[in-house]
Structures are given as C-alpha cells and as structure tokens.
Design a protein around this ligand. Structure first.
Ligand SMILES: [Zn+2]
Length: 70
C-alpha cells in the first residue's frame, strides 16, 4: 500500500511541476530575430559595417552614427 501512495505523491508533484513550468515558460517571440537578408553598409568615416536600415545615408555617403555624419 505504501508504494501506491508514493507513486500518487510523485505523480501529483510531477503534474504540479509540469504545470508550473508551463505557466512560467517565457514567451518565445519569433519576431525578435534580426531581419535576414538585410544589406550591410560600411561607414565612410570608420568603415564599420552596419545594417542598411540603421545606417544614415546623406549625399550618397554612409554613416554609422550622427557623430560621423558631422
Ligand atoms: Zn562611423
């Protein structure tokens, strides 16, 4: 009889633990991945590579930051 009790206790703990894990599971947002296939541009001042959507383009030249734009 003791063994059955033990199995039930273990089962209840396991169920509670799996439920707890399910509730605590962080949301895996797929949209956090960086956009693949985005063009990389080199800054005309420091030659650092930056994605096209983050680059500052002025007068046909590429800049990595506002500091290098001036
Ligand atoms: Zn730069």
């Amino acid at each position: 009889m003791g063994l059955i009790k033990l199995i039930i206790v273990v089962l209840v703990i396991w169920l509670g633990f799996s439920l707890f894990k399910k509730l605590r599971k962080p949301k895996n947002s797929l949209d956090q991945n960086p956009p693949s296939g985005s063009k990389m541009l080199a800054c005309s001042v420091c030659d650092m590579r930056i994605p096209e959507n983050e680059a500052i383009i002025q007068n046909g030249k590429v800049y990595c930051s506002k500091e290098h734009l001036e």
